[in-house]
Ligand binder design. Structure first.
Ligand code: ZN
Length: 291
């Protein structure tokens, strides 16, 4: 297992080929867990892709077995107590603050704010998902315009186990129907790629060896369309989603989310109810019959 403090390996890689920008999470030894370093590396890559006239379509993927196992709640690269760039909202630094003062500042920026910023990227973004797409990983996939998944992909938001009503970017009732969203959250269990496809959360499911080619084929078809037409179409559909309540709904749920963090901090050992990455992974594997 490599130690990121002694390696220069980038946490996000960026390549452009044939008009397609490939933005790829690159912490495969930690299932591409997302820390703040990853967040701002993603943001730089997306910005480069928007600024490059040669780029027509962006593909967001994850290197290795899994797309993204979630926010970093336990790797050696976890950096929640460090300062970070602030790009999504104008708020004070969470470092040195306590309780809600710290959590609200941090999560408004790095979780909800950055996800909303990326949803508005004016070029099409396709999520290429294999393996785990869990919790914070869902947020990354959901801000993309749509998802193409391999047949080994699974989707899961287990944070209700922490007493928290879903991840910060609360798109659940919009990316699937509300009753499915309740089952998804109430059980905390995995929806496989086929189930996600049936529910409309995933556009296409392909065999794992065919995933790259399927995404490239779709990206090439979209790349042939005019840039402004795509940008305006994306905005039109995003506006429609917001008229269906997504933006206001997320704002209201963000308050519930922070009520849950605060409750945990008051009555348990920490804002995550003492469930670290190892405890969550063990619980999830037990539920999936892997332990
Ligand atoms: Zn949170």
């Amino acid at each position: 297992m490599s130690d990121e403090t002694t390696t220069t390996e980038p946490v996000v890689t960026y390549d452009v080929r044939d008009g397609i920008a490939y933005v790829t999470l690159n912490r495969p030894e930690y299932a591409n867990a997302q820390n703040s370093k990853v967040t701002y590396a993603l943001d730089r890559a997306f910005t480069d892709a928007v600024d490059d006239d040669a780029v027509k379509v962006i593909v967001l993927g994850g290197n290795g077995k899994h797309f993204c196992g979630g926010h970093d709640i336990g790797t050696p690269g976890r950096d929640i107590h460090e300062s970070f760039e602030r790009k999504a909202v104008i708020w004070w630094d969470h470092v040195g603050a306590q309780g809600v003062d710290a959590r609200f500042a941090r999560e408004s920026e790095v979780y909800l704010g950055m996800c909303r910023r990326w949803r508005e990227i004016p070029k099409p973004v396709i999520a290429k998902v294999q393996g785990a797409c869990v919790a914070g990983g869902l947020m990354l996939a959901w801000v993309c315009d749509f998802i193409i998944a391999s047949d080994d992909a699974f989707f899961q938001d287990p944070v209700v186990k922490m007493g928290i009503p879903g991840v910060e970017y609360f798109a659940h009732p919009w990316v699937m129907n509300p009753r499915a969203a309740k089952e998804f959250l109430y059980t905390g269990g995995r929806f496989d790629a086929r189930r996600a496809h049936e529910l409309g959360m995933v556009n296409h499911v392909v065999p794992r060896p065919d995933l790259d080619a399927a995404v490239d084929e779709m990206a090439r078809r979209i790349a042939a369309m005019p840039r402004l037409g795509l940008a305006l179409t994306k905005k039109a559909i995003n506006q429609a989603e917001d008229l269906m309540g997504q933006r206001a709904g997320m704002d209201s749920v963000f308050g519930l989310h922070h009520a849950a963090h605060s409750h945990n901090a008051e009555v348990t050992v920490d804002s995550l109810a003492g469930l670290d990455a190892a405890a969550m992974a063990e619980s999830n594997k037990r539920d999936a019959g892997e332990l």
